[in-house]
Design a protein around this ligand. Structure first.
Ligand code: HEC
Ligand code: HEC
Ligand code: HEC
Ligand code: HEC
Ligand code: HEC
Length: 225
C-alpha cells in the first residue's frame, strides 16, 4: 500500500509578505512543527498502543536454547503427522521426557513444571500467526510441496531466546502479525504482515492455480472455507 501523497499546491507568497518580521513567520513554522510532531506522536505511538492489547505467553520459551539440545531440530516439536497434518504449537508430549522434574532453578522452568507438567495441563500457547476461522491454510502445501522456509512467513522466531508478547487488535481480534507491524502499511520483510493480499501476492508470483484474489468466485474457495 502506498501512502496518499498530499499534493500541496505551489502557492506563491504574496508580495509584501516576505517583508514581515521573521518573528511571526518563525512562530508559524514552530506551530506547524509542533503540530506535526504531536500528530505523528498520536499516529505512530498512541494509536497503535490504543489499538492493540498485549498478552504475555503463558510460559516464556527459549528456542535457541532448545534447538541445541533436541535431536531433530525444529521437527522435534513442530512436525508433520502421518496424515500430513501439521502438529503446530507443541503439546506437553514434546516436552515431558525432559521436564518431568525441573532441570534447573530457572523460575520459568519451575513454573512450567509445577503449573503444567505435573497437573498434565496443556499450555494454552498464543499463536502469533493465527488466521481467522474462515481461512484455510495448510503447512504441508507450503513447506513440503512448496519448499518454503519457516522464516519466510514467520521471521526469525525459531532462533529467538524469548517469546515476545502477543498483540491483539482490539477491534478485529486479529493478531498483529496478520494485521501488520507498520501502521503505514510498509512491508520490509515477507513476514511483517500476512493479510489476504500478502498470501495472494506470493501466490501470483508462484503461479498457484486459483490462488490469487480473483473476481471469479471459485478463486475464493482456495483459501476460504
Ligand atoms: C523443544 C520444542 C521446540 C523446538 C525444538 C522448536 N520450537 Fe518453535 N515453538 C515451540 C513452542 C513451545 C512455541 C510457542 C507456541 C506458539 O507460539 O504458538 C513455538 C513457536 C514457534 C513459532 C511461532 C508460531 C506462532 O505463530 O505462534 C514458530 C514460527 C516456530 N516455533 C518455529 C520454530 C523453528 C523454525 C524451529 C527450529 C529452528 C523451532 N520452532 C523449534 C517449541 C519448539
Ligand atoms: C531434549 C530435552 C528437552 C525438551 C524436549 C524440552 N526441554 Fe525445556 N529445557 C531443557 C533443558 C536441559 C533446559 C535448560 C535448563 C537450564 O537452564 O539449564 C530447558 C529449559 C526450559 C525452560 C526454562 C528456560 C526457558 O526456556 O525460558 C522452559 C520454560 C522450558 N524448558 C520449556 C519447555 C517446553 C514448553 C518444552 C516442550 C515444548 C520443552 N521445554 C522441551 C530440556 C528440554
Ligand atoms: C507460507 C507461509 C508459512 C510457512 C512457510 C510456514 N508457516 Fe507456520 N503458519 C503460517 C500461518 C498462516 C499460520 C496460521 C494458520 C492458521 O491460523 O490456520 C501458521 C501457524 C504456525 C504455528 C501455530 C500452528 C497451530 O496451528 O497451532 C506454528 C507452530 C508454525 N506455524 C510453525 C511453522 C514452522 C516450524 C514452519 C517451517 C517448518 C512453518 N510454520 C512454515 C504460515 C506459514
Ligand atoms: C511465500 C509464498 C506464499 C505465501 C506467503 C502463501 N502461500 Fe499459499 N501457496 C504457496 C505455494 C508455492 C503453493 C503451492 C504449493 C504446491 O502445491 O506446490 C501454495 C498453496 C496454497 C494452498 C493450496 C492450493 C491448492 O491448490 O490446494 C492454499 C489453500 C494456500 N496456499 C493458502 C495460503 C494462505 C491462506 C496464505 C496466507 C495466510 C498463503 N497461502 C500464503 C505460496 C505461498
Ligand atoms: C490466497 C488466499 C486467499 C484468497 C484466494 C482469498 N482470500 Fe479472502 N482472506 C484471506 C486471508 C488470509 C484473510 C484474513 C486476513 C485478512 O483479513 O486480510 C481473508 C479475509 C477475507 C475477508 C474478511 C473476513 C474476516 O473475517 O475479516 C473476506 C470478506 C474475504 N477474505 C473475501 C474473499 C473473497 C470474496 C475472495 C475471492 C474473490 C477471497 N477472499 C479470496 C485469504 C484469501
Amino acid at each position: 500500500m502506498e501512502e496518499p501523497k498530499s499534493s500541496a499546491p505551489s502557492s506563491r507568497s504574496e508580495p509584501g509578505q516576505g517583508g514581515q518580521g521573521d518573528g511571526a513567520g518563525g512562530a508559524i513554522i514552530l506551530f506547524f512543527i509542533l503540530g506535526l510532531a504531536a500528530s505523528l506522536l498520536v499516529g505512530w505511538v498512541a494509536f497503535p498502543a490504543l489499538l492493540y492489547s498485549e498478552k504475555r505467553q503463558p510460559v516464556d520459551f527459549n528456542h535457541a536454547l532448545h534447538n541445541e539440545i533436541v535431536d531433530h531440530g525444529c521437527a522435534s516439536c513442530h512436525f508433520f503427522r502421518a496424515d500430513g497434518g501439521f502438529s503446530g504449537a507443541p503439546k506437553l508430549a514434546q516436552c515431558i521426557e525432559c521436564h518431568r522434574e525441573a532441570n534447573s532453578d530457572d523460575p520459568e522452568e519451575i513454573r512450567f513444571v509445577e503449573e503444567y507438567v505435573k497437573p498434565g495441563r496443556e499450555v494454552p500457547w498464543l499463536v502469533y500467526a493465527r488466521q481467522p476461522d474462515c481461512v484455510f491454510f495448510s503447512h504441508a502445501a507450503h513447506v513440503r510441496l512448496g519448499g518454503i522456509d519457516c522464516a519466510v512467513c514467520h521471521g526469525p522466531m525459531g532462533e529467538s531466546t524469548s517469546l515476545r508478547p502477543y498483540q491483539e487488535n482490539r477491534i478485529t481480534g486479529y493478531s498483529r502479525d496478520i494485521w501488520g507491524w507498520n501502521i503505514a502499511g510498509i512491508k520490509r520483510n515477507s513476514w511483517d504482515r500476512m493479510k489476504m493480499d500478502d498470501c495472494a501476492e506470493c501466490h501470483a508470483q508462484a503461479r498457484v492455480p486459483g490462488g490469487s484474489v480473483q473476481t471469479q468466485k471459485d478463486g475464493c474457495f482456495v483459501c476460504h472455507k
